[in-house]
Write a protein that binds this ligand. Structure first.
Ligand SMILES: NS(=O)(=O)c1ccc(NCc2ccco2)cc1
Ligand SMILES: [Zn+2]
Length: 266
């Protein structure tokens, strides 16, 4: 059916999208998979959930890369120079990278949905628990190893700071390309409110490890359709490949909640 086709289209047919991931990654059908559909009135308000704090002022961005699935900005993480703390987290988690998920022309591409509604795009700031684990790779396989901050992007006016990212995308059009991207502080991509939903989930792309404490901000940031369109100029394919496949719809659809509780900061 069209809906199956559209689901299969996610992560494009060529790269064998979400419906077939379970063959190589059986955890795809696990009990704490992400993303999910968040239904606000079914979340439980937990007064014990404090605010989150983002200490990004000493962060050191390194580069921006097209990894064939998304565009990723990577950070130096040798110490606790840029961390997220508080909220559901028992330790500070170090900022490792951020990346985006988006749709095709005229269709939305967020991963989490809210009461069945998706946003134009979703930004993921990926952090790891360096108190308990020695490396990102080790943390990425532990149940409390990662904390990903999800921020929805809604279309409207231009976002004054997102231009720094979209201007760099022209340099990383092809899979495997990378370019310097220094002195970028992702604090400029936050909405005014840090109110959030939180639940235990997973990576949304293979290896789909069930190692993520998700913190999804309720308030979206506003970016222009033109700015989202620049992301669709990226390619899934490398410079040496004959066929050029536009990087779009790189989102996984919502997964079964399997009895999990989604808590609300307030
Ligand atoms: N979309 S996301 O934020 O859930 C996410 C974040 C990070 C990776 N990383 C992939 C990876 C390889 C080894 C360990 O981890 C994959 C997906
Ligand atoms: Zn992501």
């Amino acid at each position: 059916t069209l809906s199956e086709l559209s689901i299969r289209n996610t992560f494009c047919l060529v790269c064998q999208g979400p419906p077939v991931w379970h063959k190589n990654y059986p955890v795809a059908q696990g009990n704490r998979q992400s993303p999910i559909d968040i239904i606000p009135h079914q979340t439980s308000h937990d007064p014990g959930l404090g605010p989150i704090t983002l200490n990004y002022d000493q962060c050191t961005s390194i580069n921006i890369t097209n990894n064939g699935h998304s565009v990723v900005v990577e950070f130096e993480d040798p110490d606790d120079r840029s961390v997220i703390l508080g909220g559901p987290l028992d330790n500070p988690y170090r900022l490792k990278q951020f990346h985006f998920h988006w749709g095709g022309k005229g269709c939305h591409g967020s991963e989490h949905t809210v009461s069945g509604n998706s946003y134009a795009s979703e930004l993921h700031l990926v952090h790891w628990n360096a108190v308990k684990y020695k490396t990102f790779g080790e943390a990425a396989t532990a149940p409390d190893g990662l904390a990903v901050l999800g921020i929805f992007l809604e279309t409207g006016d231009d976002h004054r700071w997102l231009h720094m990212i979209t201007d760099a995308l022209y340099m990383v059009k092809f899979k495997g390309s990378v370019t310097d991207f220094k002195a970028f502080n992702p604090k400029c991509l936050l909405p005014s409110s840090l109110h959030y939903w939180t639940y235990l989930g997973s990576l949304t792309t293979p290896p789909l490890h069930e190692s993520v404490i998700w913190i999804v901000l309720k308030e979206p940031i506003i970016v222009s359709e033109k700015q989202v369109h620049v992301f669709r100029m990226l390619l899934f394919t490398g410079e040496e490949e004959d066929e050029r496949i536009r990087m779009e719809n790189n989102f996984r659809p919502p997964q079964p909640l399997k009895g999990r509780k989604v808590r609300s900061s307030n």
